[in-house]
Design a protein around this ligand. Structure first.
Ligand code: HSE
Length: 436
């Protein structure tokens, strides 16, 4: 059978990994795909470097339009990133009848609905294993492996940069800004790490997973996005004293009222496997009604780990290229005419447990005032920690862990607590998930 021809847009870290792994494992991959997969064309602004990387083995151009309009190309791999030119090229490739493989989570989380609609109309596949958690086959697991289940919740460490920073903060007792600087010097964090540290990258990935887990359209605009920039070393320490680790989690949950979709620093019990995922590694915990909890762990970024996911998509497309579109796996796991209109809930309506830290006067009645406010709002206390004031000090920290309650109750309680004369400054609020 003649090879399937691939056009690669962007030969940076992931692109060159894809080129190399495809070449190195060509025989094995052909045996699996049933047909050889050949990168026939590469588009990159740095043509010279692209030629060097591809050893003259394929055509190199600097205009990506030449790839998406080439009638010989069957599959376009988009590794440009962002939503500008990448979106135009993906839409053009689809309009020209090409299948698309992309690692672009930002593009799918924000424009996925439009892209999948166009692809469906044209009868082409859009595959995106590399968009979430790099080399971990989490899209495959959610769309196919767990297809028998009603997925109940997902909690993932899906950003390696922030997990590296949190691990370092805990290990060395350092504050966020000191570790970020170190991470940038070591090349673990981008020069502009905004999307990573503000939780945006994780929210893109959580949005994609929620969509295929619950069969809802992509709704990144409804996700709650909170990063790790305000996290203090003292909260990591106090959490640890109470038996918890703090991780930046991408969480989605199915509830009667709708879907919770949120990214924020989260306390999780230190005995959970996922609490022990350190450094730049990723892990995703998925709970299905039939299977229970399942955990997926691996490298969430990097040249060959991400290439592993890109090539898995190439093989899937190659196998299914001649199948009728209705016999392929639906883009969002559920048939496109069976998507649910279950709403994504506003944060005020989500239900979880909380960690509260407040700085108070060490005198009789303070704790009673605080607990009265919590009781009046039917918030039940799970655990408490009061630190001895430092020598000569008359103020101290109180840390309270609550049982589950609605976010709007906690917000109301904090507003009242902050008005107490014996409470100084703002109350720090972190969310806590037992993940049991
Ligand atoms: N910047 C991401 C991370 C990898 O730090 O995990 C690509 O999504």
């Amino acid at each position: 059978m003649k090879p399937i021809k691939v056009g690669l847009l962007g030969i940076g870290t992931v692109g060159s990994g894809t080129f190399n792994v495809l070449k190195r494992n060509q025989l094995e991959i052909t045996r699996r795909a049933g047909r050889s997969i050949e990168i026939a064309m590469v588009a990159d602004l740095n043509v010279e470097r692209a030629r060097e990387l591809t050893n003259g083995e394929c055509e190199v151009v600097n205009d990506a339009n030449l790839v998406v309009s080439n009638p010989d190309i069957d599959i376009v791999i988009e590794l440009i990133g962002g939503y500008g030119i990448a979106k135009d090229l993906v839409m053009k490739a689809i309009a020209n009848g090409k299948h698309v493989v992309t690692a672009n989570k930002a593009l799918l989380a924000t424009h996925g609905n439009e892209i999948f609609k166009a692809a469906e109309e044209k009868g082409v596949m859009v595959a995106f294993e590399a968009a979430v958690a790099g080399g971990i086959p989490i899209i495959k697991a959610l769309r196919e492996g767990l297809t028998a289940n009603r997925i109940q919740w997902i909690a993932g460490i899906i950003n390696g940069t922030t997990n590296f920073i949190l691990s370092e903060m805990r290990d060395k007792g350092l504050d966020f800004s000191a570790v970020l600087k170190q991470a940038q010097e070591l090349g673990y964090a981008e020069a502009d790490p905004t999307f990573d540290i503000e939780g945006v990258d994780a929210a893109h990935k959580a949005t994609i997973m929620a969509s295929i887990a619950y069969g809802i359209p992509m709704q990144f605009d409804k996700a709650h996005v909170e990063g790790i920039t305000k996290l203090q070393a003292s909260d990591i320490r106090y959490a640890e004293e109470l038996g918890y680790r703090i991780k930046l989690l991408g969480i989605s949950k199915r509830t009667e009222a709708g879907i919770e979709l949120r990214v924020h620093p989260t306390l999780i019990p230190e005995k959970r496997l996922i609490a022990n995922v350190e450094g730049a590694m990723n892990a995703v915990l998925v709970h299905g009604d039939a299977v229970g909890a399942t955990l997926y762990y691996g490298k969430g970024a990097g040249s060959e780990p991400t290439a592993s996911a890109v090539i898995a998509d190439l093989v899937d497309i190659t196998r299914l290229a001649t199948a009728d579109p209705e016999h392929r796996v639906p883009y969002l796991a559920f048939q496109s005419n069976s998507l649910s209109d279950l709403p994504v809930l506003p944060m005020a309506e989500i239900v979880t447990s909380y960690y509260l830290r407040m700085h108070v006067a060490d005198k009789p009645g303070v704790l009673a005032d605080v607990t009265r406010i919590l009781a009046d709002l039917t918030i039940s206390i799970d655990a408490m920690l009061q630190k001895e004031p430092a020598e000569g000090e008359t103020q101290t920290d109180i840390i309270i862990l609550t049982h589950q309650t609605k976010e709007k109750n906690i917000v109301a309680a904090i507003e009242k607590i902050e008005k107490l004369d014996s409470v100084f400054g703002a109350v720090t609020k972190l969310r806590l998930e037992e993940l049991s």
